[in-house]
Structures are given as structure tokens and as C-alpha cells.
Design a protein around this ligand. Structure first.
Ligand SMILES: Nc1nc2c(ncn2[C@@H]2O[C@H](COP(=O)(O)OP(=O)(O)OP(=O)(O)O)[C@@H](O)[C@H]2O)c(=O)[nH]1
Length: 949
């Protein structure tokens, strides 16, 4: 029998030749290689040895097999084969015990594996049999022992070598990792990191991010594919991933995430961290998945960011998303502003005060509430008011609009308006005054206005005071001019000046007040002793008291027979003016303007009243501020105003602005017509140099230079024009009646008749009342009277939207101006029939118009073009007349009107939009109506007003 060779023997025992060789070598037998033959005795001993060894191994295997499943045990020995063989596939299975601890070693597996090599050879040899017993055994055991990791370590090798064995138990898992992940340990990875369970590059495509910190507690940064490959690790530490582990989502990691993450799991599970992992775990079929959620969980977070980002929600964009939300809310609120008249306009709370200047337009108001003017136009339209955005509105209209929108719209007063204008030029008159100290102020003369009933002697009195017979120069006896002058009287041994304003009654006084000019310090109320208190006396009294001006009563015409000064005193007592001698505080002085009796006493009474009731001081050392008392255009000298300086000093050469007039003071004249160089407080002075004529009552001030003066004047002019326009809008004129009636604003024509005699006035009135134009309109004469048209007439016309008819009378210049400013129409006639004809025509104009239909043109539809943009276009031929765009139309089919009330929405020739197409031409017509057919006739027409007979 041939000798047995080494490899044959090894094969026989199912072991490797080198193991046999090793044994033989150890036994002192010289055997060269696996093919060497063995001598029979050697063979026999070897057989015995291996037979015994096999037996014991088989036993061990059986033991291991049985308890292996239920209880871990032989871990220590198994490690070697495990590392050598494909235990990995199985490793995952048993790996369910997710204890953080074992994981560490597991991760370390790679390293220890290396050092193990040198150690293994030696000790391994004797163990070989055991190891060879079965590779599976260790494989199975591996999982179990994983928990008792320390055990194998200690049992395998105490002390120093501990680290080596350490890895072993984990080795099974580490292998699992390695197997799953192709790569070995990552160079930068820290095997000792507590959460080493970081996913492996092998596990995923991505690999760790370079910036990743292996020592970071949240090492388990999301990994692409990590979920799949690292469940084992994850199983060991689910926490990190789920909790803080995951780095906050950042755009940098998004690509990977989104590339690998399952959107849903990522997006949703992100918060939980574990959810994505769970989702994936099962997907891999790995038992460790449940626990493995940890690792993927980490990934979950970023995934959320990534996914969320992809959908524009949450994640890294969360912040921006929120901002945008806020913006959207604002937008939403705006969009859901209350609808008024079909447009959205922000509403006020009912008490929101919006101040607009007099004559402001919708555009001005729109700017204040930050809304599109067009929207307000629509609102006005819905309220029945047809106004344009730039049209000036009166106060009433603004009130209506304000009530509709919830705003308290207030019209700024003239004063406020002017103050604002001046503030734009850094001129604050109030602040200027407030800044003046006692030292700046010096006494100034009182300014006196003479008031009273007609013909009670105002002018005569002023004449007497001035010793200048002004009254004699007046024609007709009706005072029509305003002047001012200053007189000097001796009082208590001192020369005291008093400034007088000549006024034809209280109207101008009030008018000036209305303009913000309150120049009067004291009022002299003239009452003719022979006539007593009359209506205008009371009016004047009321006006003066309304202005808070102290009154001195001049009981005039005491020289006339039958004069009863005491009666006057008694009468005035009823109106609150109680004479001093009756225990009151009003000074009454009996005078005769004609006889010049007690004039000095009257002046003294004025001074005493001024001293007692008023503190009249002003600062003369500043740029002049004053009021234009009178203004006129002098043919030779141009614009001439009589100004009353209130404070400061006006000098020749000053750049001034008075109302909306500006210029440079060319010359100054006092009330005697003498040139002066300057005028101080309370000094009336004629001023030359303005480039236009301001109005009486306009304020005057010295500007920095002529340029500034011009700019202020321009601004004032603009404001005044706007205010005038606003007033005019609601006034009436004969020509406007038609429109006003149509708008339903009036049904009655109000008239004021003023004539030169009562006879003509009565004749005109009765003739007008006989006019019977229609039952639809009525004529109402609200006032009639003899004499010139006065400001009171204009006021009345203003209130009642009346037209003033003047028969052989004219208004005073200022009244004409006033009427113009107020938008009151005045008509003047000298022939009664002209007046009647005009009124009759106006009344006819008031009648509601009669309209009749007038055919414009006819067109036949020849072809129909469908157009998505324009709808159905009727290719037509104009049969007669003209087809005009925008006109009314109707559709006639077979002689029957099939659709009335259409409109030529658009009209085209070839490809051009045209406004009209004449007979014989083809055109494309759009009716905004779909049901059209070839052969239909389009008739166009318009409604025209039919003149009345
Ligand atoms: N006898 C007498 N007549 C006077 C006196 N004062 C004025 N008259 C006369 O009364 C008339 C009216 O005088 P005016 O000074 O024009 O009166 P007025 O108040 O200015 O009148 P109007 O300008 O129309 O408002 C004139 O004829 C004066 O001569 C007076 O003291 N005695």
C-alpha cells in the first residue's frame, strides 16, 4: 500500500494540509510539504491525533449548535473564523440586540482585525480544530455574544490584548458592516467615537461629508443610503439620529438627501428622526431596522429639510417662507378691504380725521388715505356723483364721501391752508410772535372800524374825525370804498394815534375776518339818535361781538331835532350794550358828525376803552406783517393797496407778497398821499409795487427775496383757485339748470331780483311768475329788493343756489368779486322783456330732455370669424350710413329684432381698429354677443335730444 501523503490525510480529516503539516512539525517529524509521504507509524500517530481532535470538535459543535441559538456562548473562539468567513450575511440577523455598548466595538472591528493577524497564528493553531469545526457556528454565535462583548474579550485574552478581542465580538457585526459597505474603515473616522455607528460610505453612495466631525456626538449625520447599510449600527444607537444627531438641514446636504431620501419618509419623518429609518429598515428586510431607525433617523432630519426645501415649505427655507406668509397676509388684508361701489378701499374707523384743503380733489384725498384715485372715482360714481379724480370737491361732497368710507373729512380753514403754505417756506407767524419778548414790543395805536346802519352817518363821522370831507366826494351817497387813515389826538397830555378803517358797514369787516384778517381792535357803532337802532345796527353789533371786539357807541345826529340819545341807550341795552352811566361797561358818546360835536370825546372814549380792555403792542423790528385793507388797479400807478401793518416795519424795496400777489415795494404813501420810507405797526399805508391786485383782507408779508415772494404767491393762487372751483361746482347758473335738473339736483329755479325801483322789481316779479313752461319745474323768487346787489344778496344766493337778476342795478366791485369767488351768477338787464326771455329759456332748459332715436347705419353680416380673443367677429358690409364704434346697436334677423341693446364694441378695417366705417366698405364688427349669423343686419343708432317747441 502506497504511503499516504499529507494532503491525503488532511483531506481525510477534512482539514487543511498545513494544519497537518503543523502538527507533524510540532511532533518533530520532518515533512517537507503537503505532497510528502508519511511513514506508516507517523501516519498512524497523526491519524490518532486528528481523529481525537475531530471527535472533541464534533462534540463541541453539537453543544454549540444546540444552545447556540438560545444562549450565546462560544463567542470568543468563533471570532476568528467569523472574520475569515462570510458570517456577515448572518450577522445582521442576529444583531437585534441594540445596545449602544456593543456597537462601539463593532465599529472598531476593522482595526482590531488587523492586529489580530499576528496574534492569531500562534494561538490559533491549537484552536484550529475548534475553529474548523464549523464556520457557521461562530457565525451564529457571533450575534449572541455581541451582547456579552466584554466576555469574549476577557476570556480570549486578559489584560492588554483585551482590545483585540474586543473587536472580535463586534467583528461579526463589523464585518457585517464591511460586507455591506464596501469600504474599510474610513481614514478619518474615529473608531473610538461613541457613536461610531456612523454610516459607511460603502453603505451608501455618498460617503461621509468631508467636513463631518467624527467626534461629534451627532456623528450619525445623515447618510445617503445610510439607512440601508447601517441598520446594524443604527440599531445600536437609534437615539442620536432621532434626537439631536442630525445636523440641521442645510442646502449643502440637500442634494444627497433629496437624491437618496424617499421624499415622503424624509419629509415627514424628519421630525421624528426615527421614522425615516423605520421606513427604510423594513425595506431592507433587516431585523435591526426597528432599532436601526436611529441612524437613518439622523438622516431623516436633513431629509426633511431637503424635501421640505424642495417643496418650498419648512426646512431651510422655513424662515423665508414665514416672511412671505406675513407679506401674503398683508396682501390678503388689502385684497379683502371692504368693497365700496365695487372697488376695494381701505375704510376708516369713522373717527379718522383727514384734513384736506379747500377745493381739494379726489386725487388729493386719495393720496391721504393711500388709495388709487380711480377707486374713489368709482366710489363716487356708486354714490351717484360723477366727478373726475382731479376735480375740486366742495365740503358737502367730501362729507358724503367721508361718511361712506368711514373718515371724518375736514376742510382746512383758509388760515390753516395759508399757514401750511408759509411753513413750506419756513415762515411760522405764530412761532415768530410767540418768540417775541417784552423788550421787543412797543405800544401801537388801536385800529378802529366804524359800523352802523345805512345813513346813520359813518362816513360823516370819519370825515369829522379826519376833518376831511370824504363823504362829499361820494356820488349817490352810498359808501363804496374802503380806506384807512390815522389821526393823532391828545390824550392825558400825550399825542396818541388812532387808526381808522373806513368801511361801508360790517360786511367788509366780516369779509376780512373770513379771510383771516382780524385787524380791528375797537368798533365804533354809529347809531343815529333820531332813527334809533335799526336792523343793520344789530347786524353790526353782532358781527363786532362775534369778533370779540370792544364797542364804543357813537350816538350821532344829536343835533337833529327829535334826537333821543337815551332811547338809543335803552334800545342797545337789550342787545347787551349797557352804557356806563347805566352801570354797564360800554362807553356811549353823543356826537354830531355834521356839527363836529364831541368828536374829541369820542376819540378819548376809544383810547380809554383800548387802554382798559386791550394790550396793544407790536414788534416793529422785524419784517412787516400786515393786511391789505383795500386794493385796486390804478391806471397810472398799477396795483395799489392800502395796507395796515400789524407788526414789523415795511420799507421801500422789500419783497412782499399779499395774498396771491407779489412784488417789490416801489413806493409807500401815507393816508395823506405823502411818500414815506417805512410804515410801522398799525400804520395804514398805500403800497405800490405789486404785480397784480390782491383782494381786500389778504394778508401781507415781507419775504426773504422776490423769488420767495413769487413762490408763496403762486402757491396761494393755486390754493385759491382750487377753493374757488370747489365753490363754483355747487353754484347754479341759468345755463347749468338743464344739467342740474337732469341730475335730479334741482326742480326749482331760485331767483333773487334786485332793481332800481320797487315798481320795476314788482313788474318783473309778476311777469316771471306768469311764466308757465312746464309743471316739471317751478320758479321761486326767494328775495327781491330795491337797490344795489349786496354781499348779503350773494350770500343768500350761495345758500339757496339762486341766480341774481339785477334790473338797472349793479353790484359794488367787491360784491362782484365776491359773487365771482362764490360762483354765484348775476344777470343784469335794463329791458324787462330780456330778463323774461332769459328766464323762460332757462326754465325750458330745465325741462327734462326728450330723446329720439336716430339711425346711424346698417351693416350686413357676410361672414363670421371666430376669435378666442375677441369672440365672434362679424365680417360685415356697411349697407347704409356709418357704423361707429361705441354706438348702440341691435341685431335684426329676417326682419325681426333678435337682440336689442347691443353695442359696437370694436370696429376693424383690415387689421386696423377704426372709429367708423362708411357705406360700401367691409369691416369687422364685434358686438360682444355670440349669437350672430350670416345675413343678420346690424343696425346702429343713437339717442338724440329732441328740441322742445
Ligand atoms: N344833521 C346831521 N346829519 C348828519 C350827521 N351825520 C351824518 N349826517 C347826514 O346823514 C347822511 C348820511 O351820512 P353818511 O355819513 O353818508 O352815512 P353813512 O352811514 O356813511 O351811509 P352809508 O355810506 O350809506 O352807509 C348824510 O346826508 C349826512 O350829511 C349829523 O351828525 N347830523
Amino acid at each position: 500500500m502506497a504511503k499516504v501523503r499529507v494532503h491525503q490525510l488532511a483531506k481525510e480529516f477534512g482539514i487543511q494540509s498545513k494544519e497537518v503539516l503543523a502538527y507533524l512539525s510540532e511532533a518533530g517529524e520532518f515533512v517537507k510539504s503537503a505532497s510528502s509521504t508519511l511513514e506508516p507509524p507517523v501516519e498512524r500517530r497523526a491519524r490518532e491525533h486528528f481523529a481525537a481532535l475531530t471527535k472533541s470538535t464534533a462534540k463541541t459543535t453539537q453543544q454549540a449548535d444546540a444552545p447556540a441559538r438560545p444562549a450565546p456562548k462560544p463567542g470568543p473562539k468563533a471570532d476568528k473564523p467569523a472574520s475569515a468567513k462570510p458570517a456577515s450575511p448572518q450577522a445582521p440577523k442576529p444583531g437585534p440586540k441594540p445596545t449602544p455598548k456593543p456597537e462601539a466595538p463593532a465599529a472598531e472591528a476593522p482595526k482590531p482585525a488587523a492586529p489580530e493577524a499576528p496574534v492569531a497564528p500562534k494561538p490559533a493553531a491549537p484552536e484550529t480544530p475548534a475553529a474548523e469545526a464549523k464556520p457557521e457556528a461562530p457565525a451564529q454565535e457571533a450575534p449572541k455574544p455581541e451582547a456579552p462583548k466584554p466576555t469574549p474579550a476577557s476570556s480570549a485574552k486578559p489584560g492588554p490584548p483585551a482590545p483585540k478581542p474586543g473587536p472580535k465580538p463586534g467583528g461579526a457585526r463589523g464585518q457585517g458592516q464591511r460586507t455591506g459597505g464596501k469600504g474599510g474603515p474610513r481614514p478619518g473616522n474615529n473608531p473610538f467615537a461613541p457613536n461610531q455607528g456612523m454610516p459607511r460610505p460603502g453603505g451608501g453612495k455618498g460617503g461621509p461629508r468631508p467636513g463631518n466631525n467624527p467626534f461629534a456626538p451627532n456623528q450619525g449625520m445623515p447618510r445617503p443610503g445610510g439607512g440601508k447599510k447601517t441598520e446594524g449600527q443604527g440599531a445600536a444607537r437609534p437615539r442620536p439620529g432621532g434626537a439631536k444627531g442630525g445636523p440641521r438641514p442645510s442646502p449643502a446636504m440637500m442634494p444627497n438627501q433629496s437624491a437618496l431620501a424617499q421624499p415622503k419618509a424624509g419629509g415627514r419623518g424628519g421630525r421624528g428622526g426615527a421614522r425615516p429609518g423605520q421606513t427604510r429598515g423594513p425595506g431592507t428586510g433587516a431585523p435591526g431596522a426597528a432599532a436601526g431607525g436611529g441612524a437613518p433617523g439622523r438622516g431623516g432630519r436633513p431629509m426633511r429639510g431637503g424635501t421640505a426645501g424642495a417643496f418650498g415649505r419648512g426646512g431651510g427655507r422655513a424662515g423665508r417662507g414665514r416672511k412671505s406668509k406675513r407679506a401674503k397676509r398683508q396682501e390678503y388684508e388689502q385684497q379683502h378691504a371692504p368693497m365700496v361701489g365695487g372697488v376695494r378701499v381701505p375704510r376708516g374707523d369713522g373717527s379718522t380725521v383727514i384734513r384736506v384743503r379747500a377745493g381739494a380733489s379726489l386725487a388729493d384725498f386719495a393720496e391721504k388715505i393711500n388709495v388709487d384715485p380711480a377707486a374713489l372715482v368709482t366710489v363716487m360714481f356708486s354714490m351717484g356723483e360723477m366727478v373726475t379724480a382731479n376735480q375740486s370737491l366742495d365740503e358737502d361732497t367730501f362729507q358724503l364721501l367721508g361718511a361712506e368710507l368711514g373718515y371724518d373729512i375736514q376742510i382746512r380753514s383758509v388760515e390753516d391752508e395759508d399757514r401750511e403754505i408759509l411753513e413750506a417756506f419756513n415762515i411760522d407767524l405764530e412761532a415768530e410772535e410767540a418768540a417775541e419778548g417784552e423788550d421787543d414790543l412797543v405800544a401801537r395805536p388801536p385800529v378802529v372800524t366804524v359800523m352802523g346802519h345805512v345813513d346813520h352817518g359813518k362816513t360823516k363821522l370819519l370825515d369829522a374825525i379826519r376833518s376831511d370831507d370824504v363823504a362829499g366826494a361820494e356820488a349817490g351817497g352810498i359808501t363804496q370804498r374802503i380806506g384807512a387813515y390815522q389821526v393823532t389826538v391828545e390824550h392825558d397830555g400825550q399825542d396818541r394815534a388812532i387808526t381808522f378803517i373806513d368801511t361801508p358797514g360790517h360786511e367788509a369787516f366780516t369779509q376780512m375776518r373770513a379771510r383771516g384778517a382780524e385787524v380791528t381792535d375797537i368798533a365804533i357803532l354809529v347809531v343815529a339818535a333820531n332813527d334809533g337802532v335799526m336792523p343793520q345796527t344789530i347786524e353790526a353789533l353782532n358781527h363786532a361781538q362775534a369778533a370779540g371786539v370792544p364797542i364804543v357807541v357813537a350816538v350821532n345826529k344829536i343835533d337833529v331835532e327829535g334826537a333821543s340819545p337815551d332811547k338809543v341807550r335803552g334800545q342797545l341795552t337789550e342787545y347787551g350794550l349797557v352804557a356806563e352811566e347805566y352801570g354797564g361797561d360800554t362807553m356811549f358818546v353823543d356826537v354830531s358828525a355834521k356839527q363836529r360835536i364831541n368828536i374829541d370825546e369820542l376819540l378819548e372814549a376809544v383810547l380809554l376803552t383800548a387802554d382798559a380792555a386791550l394790550e396793544l403792542t407790536a414788534n416793529p423790528n422785524k419784517a412787516a406783517r400786515g393786511v391789505a385793507i383795500e386794493a385796486k388797479l390804478d391806471p397810472g400807478r398799477g396795483s395799489v393797496i392800502t395796507a395796515l401793518i400789524e407788526s414789523g416795519t415795511l420799507r421801500v424795496g422789500d419783497a412782499i407778497v399779499a395774498g396771491s400777489a407779489h412784488g417789490t415795494v416801489r413806493a409807500l404813501f401815507d393816508d395823506h398821499g405823502l411818500p414815506v420810507d417805512e410804515a410801522g405797526p398799525s400804520f395804514p399805508v398805500q403800497v405800490l409795487g405789486l404785480q397784480s391786485v390782491p383782494s381786500a383782507g389778504d394778508s401781507l408779508l415781507v419775504a426773504e427775496d422776490s423769488r420767495q415772494a413769487r413762490q408763496i404767491a403762486d402757491k396761494r393762487e393755486a390754493a385759491r383757485r382750487a377753493a374757488t372751483l370747489a365753490k363754483r361746482r355747487k353754484r347754479m347758473s341759468l345755463e347749468d339748470f338743464n344739467e342740474a335738473l337732469r341730475a335730479g339736483q334741482v326742480e326749482t329755479l331760485n331767483l333773487i331780483i334786485k332793481g332800481d325801483s320797487s315798481g320795476t322789481v314788482e313788474a318783473l316779479e309778476s311777469s316771471l311768475l306768469e311764466l308757465e313752461v312746464s309743471e316739471e319745474v317751478a320758479l321761486n323768487i326767494i328775495h327781491r329788493g330795491v337797490g344795489a346787489i349786496t354781499q348779503n344778496d350773494v350770500n343768500l344766493a350761495t345758500v339757496d343756489s339762486a341766480v341774481i337778476i339785477g334790473f338797472n342795478v349793479r353790484p359794488a366791485e367787491r360784491v362782484a368779486d365776491y359773487a365771482d369767488a362764490e360762483g354765484v351768477e348775476m344777470k343784469f338787464y335794463s329791458v324787462i322783456y330780456d330778463a323774461i326771455d332769459d328766464v323762460e329759456a332757462a326754465l325750458k332748459g330745465m325741462l327734462k330732455p326728450i330723446y329720439e332715436e336716430v339711425e346711424l347705419g346698417r351693416a350686413e353680416i357676410r361672414q363670421i370669424f371666430r376669435s378666442g380673443k375677441f369672440g365672434n367677429i362679424a365680417g360685415s358690409m356697411v349697407l347704409s350710413g356709418v357704423i361707429k364704434r361705441g354706438t348702440n346697436a341691435r341685431l335684426v334677423r329676417n326682419g325681426v329684432v333678435v337682440t336689442p341693446n347691443l353695442e359696437i364694441v370694436s370696429l376693424r378695417r383690415e387689421k386696423d381698429d377704426v372709429t367708423e366705417v362708411r357705406e360700401g366698405f367691409e369691416c369687422g364688427i364685434t358686438l360682444g354677443h355670440k349669437d350672430i349669423a350670416e345675413g343678420d343686419i346690424i343696425e346702429t343708432f343713437e339717442m338724440r335730444e329732441k328740441p322742445r317747441d
